[in-house]
Design a protein around this ligand. Sequence first.
Ligand code: GDP
Ligand code: IMO
Ligand code: MG
Length: 424
Amino acid sequence: MTNTCVIGLQWGDEGKGKIIDILAKNYDIIVRYQGGGNAGHTLVIDNEKFIFHLIPSGILHPDKVCVIGNGIVFDPSLFLDEIAELSKRNINVNGNLFVSDRAHVVFPYHKKLDLLIEKQKGNSMIGTTGRGIGPCYTDKIARDGIRIAELFHREHFREKLKKTVEEKNRLFVNLYSEEPVSWKDIYEEYSMYADKIYPFVCDTIDLMARAINDEKKILFEGAQGTLLDVDFGTYPYTTSSNAAACGVSSGIGVSPKQIHNIYGVMKAYITRVGSGPFPTEIDGEPGDHVRKRGGEFGATTGRPRRCGWFDTVAVQHSVRISGVDSLIMTKLDVLDDQETIRICTGYRSNKKIYNNFPADLDVLHNCEPVYEEVAGWLEDISKVRNVEDLPDNARNYITTIEDYVGLKIKMISVGPERLQVIRN
Ligand code: GDP
Ligand code: IMO
Ligand code: MG
């Protein structure tokens, strides 16, 4: 019995969705446990593209069960849109998709607040996805949130929503000079959603406990990446949840002892969407070139992703925090036309070399990366399926990174399609 967790080791968008889809066939249950509509996980199967924000990336396997845990901030309209989109493509989710009754609900006032808070920050804006993630988690921690279970008690929901909206409106009107929102409109809209999501909602603690008892194999699907983790990332330029493996237990309600294996996914380079320090960022045309080749535009917001060289300091930090067992590298094909490839091995700042990822944002902002340069392979590797068939320089790139990070790369992805993968 081996339950596996897949997490991102960089600033998100490492290709976790594609990897989950590939691994899913060996598991019974696929679980999303943190984040929410900010995630955008892309799968490409026979040229057909699927992007999932809330629904686990195992959903295309009809014999698997997919679960959305209590740690998710749940936007019912997004969830219903995703189901409708799947149904248009003849994919039926009835009976194999479940949502925790303890998950917190994202309301329109969370999204409005997300945008207003960002605007107010001016130059120090985080560059959030605008999906209401921060404000919804804020309400959860402040014990002002509304959980899915509460939507089904209409009188209670009505009263609580009315009170909550009155408080939010004090902020909108007095602090932000904005129009108030109508609790009645939200009540009507969300009562309709409640009816529609009801068949999917259950006590996922019980569901998971029974699955573990029956020795079902579980695949935990992380969202975002460790450098966006609220505790371990480049705070405050992070998301509001634990994207490291520590988020599993609190986000689905299983013991940490139930995670037997942890895969860390990383691109062959690194990207970031939104603001915040990025030591190995490639400026100007060379950065634009990687963005174009890698199709580095956000799966959730369409924003251009900032691109940089592979950073072993950052990845080692992520590996340590989650106790990653093996690495998965994606998008190696994107580097096919680079004559020379840089690997960051340390940060130089104030005459000191940092090999540990610093908490101090000043260091991260102002440091100069120390690079090792390796020769590129200048060949199309997108059709390679065995590691022995990779060009020598590509294998050298892989082993150099393995040596720095101290772990084996078990899987290498060389294109967006499900089948474009090399097992090492
Ligand atoms: P996630 O959020 O970690 O699931 O990653 P995203 O879906 O946001 O971004 C990864 C993007 O890269 C998607 O457009 C994928 O289709 C694409 N992709 C995944 N693996 C590869 C790969 O090995 N090569 C190339 N060229 N594209 C890939
Ligand atoms: P996946 O699961 C990349 C980034 C946003 C912003 C910061 C905070 O697809 O890898 P938020 O809306 O969460 O408050 O935004 O986090 N961000 C992501 N970047 N991939 C993601 O998810 C992200 N989810 C959030 O761009 O910088
Ligand atoms: Mg993504």
